[in-house]
Design a protein around this ligand. Structure first.
Ligand code: TNX
Length: 543
């Protein structure tokens, strides 16, 4: 009898343990998660109640997935019935914060913002069977969905949780860009950084400058960009690579992202990394008498816009003007990275500019250029974000300029110490174009890696900053998927997932709350199944 009771108790605790493990597979990890007894069963009898419009995007997202995978949507009710999901507005909640209270007969979501309601819905869906994420109509719809009872109180550590896609080195279809954004949203990443121009291509339609996409959006045999950058074209030398987004495409993508609480940050990389623009409009962007010879880190010659040529500024201003109509986000990224040594050395226009403005060194010319960029942005009601190289002693950028620190963690910490607002994107941890492991046949760059998911997860964004007063300057965390070597969308998936699961948690949860083995139990179980149901070609985690 006694033995039986012990076995029974053991069995019970085992059962509750498995429910616990099963119930909390949410990525990123919520701030507070309490298991409760029992479960809610969602069926076609379940009703929705909402006292506000802010919850629309969340409800709509759930309904679409239910229609695909359960074969029905939930009807609205005006008062609570047997099985109800309530979306209740609460003015006291911060942006992005929510609570999710799941009991046997009722689910109550509280939030004070669109993003809060959306994230509550995402968490709710992550508690359901992973097949809810399938993007194709189920042959046999799953009629009823058990959701473990629990209480969640959640809000993020950083308000800026970013991921960059480089559409310039390799073009990604509109459909892929949407999928990319959708997956970000599923993991509460909220900042899609879109690298739209580089040496290898100009990818966005600009009405004032049609040659940008007529000439600058294709490269390879028979085009104006017929060269093979090292190592960009490796493996695809014979093929013409092309593609760009029309303004209609961009509007569609920005609206798609907004429905998912994702803001879109466009990047036009100037003055370097601009070969595609320069071959499209050489007379506007360079001095024909410039005899400088230089080569970029990526082995591209003559790839910079000339800051001594006045039409360079008109050009950039006109581009920015069109961007502001397409992108409501308050920031525009203007690049500023890796200006090759020797650029403009023999440009008569730059020599003249230096004389006129009393500039002695080349870095002062760069600073002058970015000060003017900042003024143009201010005129168009936008703020500047740029790679860390733009941080120069003598430029007069506005205080709210954001610096994106990519050359190691130290660079970001230094910027914060000097009271610059900074986004942490250290290549050693957060460059998704780097190999996972060091191996000859493993895809990816090697210069900053390798970085497997576990190492990435160990990144503690502000840990090297010892002055608590300066913590406020670290605004967020950001990973970059550069695409020189991304020859297919499958490969882009592979490089991103599961690393982006770890990214989402670094950005959302505190350092203290994170523990690798516990993360694995959530991320490498249901976390991967959710990706599988969406046909994501993720890299299988290492044993
Ligand atoms: C450095 S990060 C770059 C990119 C490359 C990347 C490759 C930065 C601002 N510039 O142009 O694609 O390395 O890892």
């Amino acid at each position: 009898m006694k033995v039986n009771a012990t076995i029974f108790l053991l069995l019970l605790s085992f059962l509750s343990l498995t429910t616990y493990a099963k119930s909390n597979t949410i990525v990123p990890k919520p701030l507070k998660f309490e298991t409760r007894e029992g479960q809610f069963t969602l069926s076609d009898q379940t009703r929705l109640i909402s006292d506000n419009n802010l919850s629309f995007n969340g409800r709509d997202y759930l309904q679409k997935q239910l229609l695909l995978n359960a074969g029905y949507t939930l009807k609205q009710a005006s008062s609570p019935e047997n099985s109800t999901i309530c979306f209740n507005y609460d003015v006291t909640f911060d942006e992005e914060a929510y609570t999710l209270d799941i009991a046997a007969d009722k689910i109550v979501i509280r939030a004070g913002s669109q993003s809060g309601f959306f994230y509550a819905t995402i968490s709710l869906m992550q508690l359901m069977d992973p097949s809810i994420w399938s993007q194709t109509q189920m042959n046999i719809p799953k009629k009823s969905w058990d959701i473990p009872a629990c209480y969640i109180k959640d809000q993020p550590r950083f308000r800026w949780r970013g991921l960059m896609l480089d559409s310039a080195r390799h073009f990604f279809s509109k459909a892929y860009v949407k999928k990319f954004i959708d997956r970000m949203a599923q993991h509460k990443l909220n900042l899609f950084h879109w690298h739209l121009s580089d040496d290898e291509g100009w990818r966005i339609e600009i009405k004032a400058y049609p040659l940008l996409t007529k000439v600058g959006a294709e490269r390879g045999p028979g085009t104006a960009l017929p060269f093979s950058f090292y190592p960009t074209m490796r493996g695809s030398k014979e093929k013409v690579q092309k593609g760009y987004y029309t303004q209609e495409d961009v509007k569609e993508i920005v609206a798609y992202a907004a429905k998912r609480s994702v803001r879109v940050l466009p990047e036009i990389d100037v003055p370097a990394h601009a070969k595609a623009a320069v071959v499209s409009y050489p007379l506007l962007l360079q001095d024909p008498h410039d005899t400088s010879r230089y080569i970029s880190v990526q082995k591209v010659r003559n790839n910079t816009i000339d800051p001594g040529v006045e039409s360079s500024y008109t050009f950039i201003e006109n581009v920015i003007e069109e961007l502001t109509v397409l992108f409501p986000f308050q920031y525009i990224h203007l690049g500023g990275d890796e200006i090759p040594k020797g650029a403009w050395q023999h440009s008569p226009s730059v020599a003249k500019l230096m004389q006129k403005e009393h500039l002695k060194e080349m870095y002062e010319v760069e600073a002058y250029f970015f000060t003017r960029m900042d003024k143009i942005l201010a005129k168009h009601n936008r703020k500047m974000i740029a790679w860390q190289e733009v941080r120069k002693e003598n430029n007069t950028l506005r205080d709210d300029t954001l610096i994106m620190a990519w050359r190691g963690d130290g660079a970001g910490v230094k910027a914060a110490m000097e009271r610059h607002q900074v986004i942490m994107a250290p290549a050693q941890y957060l460059y998704f174009d780097q190999q996972y492991i060091k191996k000859a046949d493993e895809p990816g760059h090697t210069w900053a890696g390798p970085t497997d998911t576990r190492e990435l997860y160990s990144y503690r964004p502000a840990s090297a900053l010892h002055d608590p007063q300066k913590l406020q300057y670290i605004r967020g965390v950001h990973a970059c998927l550069w695409s020189e070597r991304l020859f297919s969308e499958e490969l882009a998936d592979y490089m991103t997932w599961p690393r982006a699961l770890a990214l989402s948690e670094i950005a959302w949860s505190t350092d203290k709350a994170r523990q690798w083995s516990e993360f694995k139990a959530r991320a490498f179980t249901d976390g991967l199944k959710r990706l599988e149901y969406q046909n994501i070609h993720y890299r299988a985690p290492m044993p």
